[in-house]
Design a protein around this ligand. Structure first.
Ligand code: ADQ
Length: 726
């Protein structure tokens, strides 16, 4: 069984100093509590900071032994680094920015340097522990540079990354001075996971816009490999929460609470202390609810459970003061002798107490302003085994995407929260049960185990895909064989695509003109009487003529609509019509209007909608819509659609590069055929080649070609090798 190394800022255990002695305590927070149960069930080691300065644990052999017995490896961090890294860039820059609080974010170079230093320390520790077959799973925003640093140290390692907080939209993310370094850091992983599809989309958008990498269907073609990004909504340990009714400790605790709360209905609020959780706004909404619904006075209690968090950060200290004040104010305003509307607990609770509160609460009020996921909402729902209880959930928590049967609210709308509270307290039991059963079914199936397993499965399948791509890669031995086959041949045919194969893509088709060096290379190839070179392109004939008309090559324009033999003139193989354009053109125009950055290219017998410069997600979406829309229109017009890289092309049926390639192939007795192409349209060429031909895809991705090369520059260097040898 392969070993898993989990790497996160904090270990699931924290070393705490109490009266001069060090103690090992379980860590709080979503990641630690969520992953711990799964971690125990597999062969894992956990690498992270133990919550205390390097100097203090030096020589503490008992403490170290205790951590190691739990398979935990502490990363030593100095106190100043912890301050600038954890309390600094993590809590004062990345956390607020990624949670859409840009005005709270501080951009300081010393913070950034500490971030680089700490990520490097982590990389060194992990590299020292990792064995070749290990799976390394890095967690969260504290360690976004780590995947790249690991890739540099362990080039072949299997590395996954999961972000537990939201990935913000491009407009927010771009504010970060070190945005490109963060993206490059993450792309050191093979798989980057997020809680929701939206966060994944934001990340892909930023990768495409800031780094310029190709992004399609969750796959990023980075400089030298493909990386996948996908959504994996984190689940909980469902069994643990749903079996609370059979947990004697939790039941005893529930009875104790019940006695104290009397007949009051219970509204529960549970969070770490954080401004993203919207606790003050929630309290104000509760106060408004009491104002509007006096009949609930003395009938409800809000249990406000707040876990201390980031207690050394100024903003959190202030938030605590604000909460203390608000609770006092509301209790003072609405309370009576014998009834206190808010019960305020500022501490961490053991599992059985928390579970008891979940199980007795009539309503859970979960209203974060922004939350990557929010496990509290899931834990509460899982505990409701009799199906009774109402969840009020903010739409800006990742969990809202899965828990649509909750009462979904906008956390900034206090009126709406107040109304939701009244609705929840008056909801018929049958409706509560119906809503909860649907959510429970989902949470039971997609629990934390399933979440982690799916992430790891996808990570391994990404690795496999990368391996297949490398195996197809034309290695130096095969390159030599190809060159020697070419040299020994009497009749060689080279079928070469142009855009994306001999030159990289550029955002405007007219800008991809061949340079002098490429033209010289093609000319040298054609100088040999035993070689025939054919450029098979999707471009229009006027462009091909102006670029390559002076060379002694065969030319194929518009994927085979037009053909020009060596030394001959342009001709069409079939009688083609173009009167259909007047029907299709206006449709494409309306897509241009609705998709900024896209444009139409008109060729003699085809129309092309390009969306390379459009927002990638919008482009993909519009392309799908266009294809659906056009399929009805073109059905009777003897036309068909071709999807290339960021293009949708409409042309006459039966025209494709393969038909033209066959024509050339059948013309002579070639003893060497080489075909180079990069996209979907070149697959038609690859398919008609004899099995002995050298078919090579330029770039990554599925292909029927026998081999692959990573870039146009590799393709031209292969051609240069042929010129040199002949
Ligand atoms: P957190 O911001 O910590 O996590 P959350 O997902 O709600 O938020 O997890 C809190 C965890 O702490 C829960 O498992 C809960 O049971 C526990 N907890 C809360 N109050 C407690 C108390 N008083 N005593 C003991 N335990 C308590 C981050 C992101 C979230 C994301 C998680 C997981 O901010 O959006 O859901 O990671 O990815």
């Amino acid at each position: 069984m392969r070993r898993l190394l989990i790497v996160s800022n904090r270990l699931p255990f924290t070393i705490q100093e109490k009266k001069g002695d060090l103690h090992v305590e379980p860590s709080v927070g979503g990641l630690a509590t969520g992953l711990k149960s799964w971690y125990k069930s597999c062969t894992c080691s956990w690498i992270g900071w133990a919550g205390i300065g390097r100097k203090k644990i030096k020589g503490e052999t008992d403490i170290m032994a205790r951590l190691l017995s739990e398979n935990c490896h502490p990363v030593p961090l100095s106190q100043p680094d912890v301050e600038a890294y954890y309390q600094g860039i993590c809590n004062k820059t990345i956390w607020p920015l990624f949670h859409y609080f840009p005005f709270y974010a501080e951009y300081r170079e010393d913070f950034w340097q500490a971030y680089e230093r700490v990520n490097t320390t982590f990389a060194n520790v992990v590299a020292g522990i990792a064995k070749p077959n290990d799976i390394i799973w890095v967690h969260d925003y504290h360690l976004m540079l780590l995947p790249k640093l690991l890739r540099e140290r362990l080039p072949k390692a299997t590395v996954g990354f999961f972000l537990h907080i939201p990935f913000p939209s491009f407009e927010i993310f771009r504010l970060l001075p070190w945005r490109n370094q963060i993206l490059e850091g993450l792309l050191g992983a093979d798989l980057v996971g997020f809680h929701t599809y939206e966060y994944t989309g934001h990340f892909l958008d930023s990768v495409h816009r800031l780094l310029g990498y190709e992004v399609a269907m969750g796959q990023i073609t980075a400089a030298d490999r493909v990386v996948k990004a996908d959504a994996f909504p984190m689940g909980i340990n469902y069994e643990q929460f749903s079996s609370v009714a059979e947990n004697p400790k939790a039941q005893a605790e529930r009875k104790r609470f019940h006695k104290k709360l009397g007949d009051c209905r219970v509204i529960l609020s549970v969070d770490r202390l954080d401004y993203t959780k919207g606790i003050p706004q929630r309290l104000e909404a509760f106060s408004m609810f009491l104002d509007r619904n006096p009949k609930f006075k003395r009938k409800v209690i809000l249990v406000l459970l707040v876990v201390p968090s980031r207690t050394k950060v100024e903003r959190y200290i202030k938030l605590k003061e604000q909460l203390d004040g608000l609770v006092g104010e509301i209790n003072g305003k609405h309370g009576t002798i014998g009834w206190m509307p808010i019960w305020y607990l500022y501490r961490s609770l053991p599992f059985h107490s928390l579970a008891a509160l979940y199980s007795l609460a009539d309503v859970a009020l979960v209203t974060p302003l922004r939350d990557g996921m929010n496990l509290v909402a899931k834990e509460y729902t899982a505990t409701k085994t009799d199906g009774k209880g109402v969840l009020i959930l903010s739409e800006t928590a990742g969990a809202a995407q899965e828990l649509g049967e909750a009462i979904i609210i906008n956390a900034n709308n206090q009126e709406e929260i107040a109304r939701a509270l009244a609705k929840a307290l008056e909801m018929p039991e049958q409706e509560q049960i119906e809503r909860n059963r649907i959510m429970q079914k989902r949470l039971r199936r997609y629990n934390v185990k399933q979440w982690a397993n799916e992430f790891i499965d996808k990570l391994l399948s990404t690795k496999k895909l990368q391996q297949e791509m490398t195996e197809k890669g034309l290695n130096s031995e095969m390159r030599r064989k190809l060159a020697s086959d070419f040299q020994e041949s009497d009749k060689a045919l080279l079928l070469l695509d142009y855009d994306g194969t001999l030159v990289p893509f550029s955002s405007k088709p007219a800008e991809a003109m061949p340079g002098a060096e490429l033209l010289r290379l093609l000319e040298k190839l054609t100088k040999n009487p035993r070689t025939e070179v054919v450029l098979i392109s999707g471009r229009d004939r006027a462009t091909l003529e102006s670029w390559f008309g002076g060379l002694d090559v065969g030319l194929v324009a518009e994927h085979g609509v037009w053909i020009k033999e060596k030394g001959g003139g342009w001709e069409t193989i079939e009688t083609l019509r173009s009167d259909w354009k007047k029907e299709v053109y206006p449709i494409l125009e309306s897509w241009v209007d609705r998709t900024p950055g896209s444009f139409i290219e008109e060729k003699e017998f085809s129309l092309v909608w390009h969306y390379r410069k459009a927002n990638p997600r919008l482009g993909e979406l519009r392309a799908r819509e266009l294809i659906n829309n056009l399929s009805n229109v073109i059905a009777n017009l003897n036309l068909h659609m071709l999807e290339g890289k960021k293009v949708v092309e409409v042309k006459n049926t039966d025209i494709n590069k393969g038909r033209t390639a066959s024509r050339w192939i059948s013309r002579d007795k070639w003893d060497f055929i080489l075909a180079l192409g990069d996209d979907f349209t070149d697959e038609d060429t690859f398919k008609v080649l004899p099995s002995t031909a050298w078919s090579i895809k330029v770039g990554f991705g599925n292909s029927t070609a026998r081999f692959s090369l990573s870039s146009p520059s590799e393709a031209t260097s292969l051609l240069r090798k042929l010129v040199r040898g002949r």
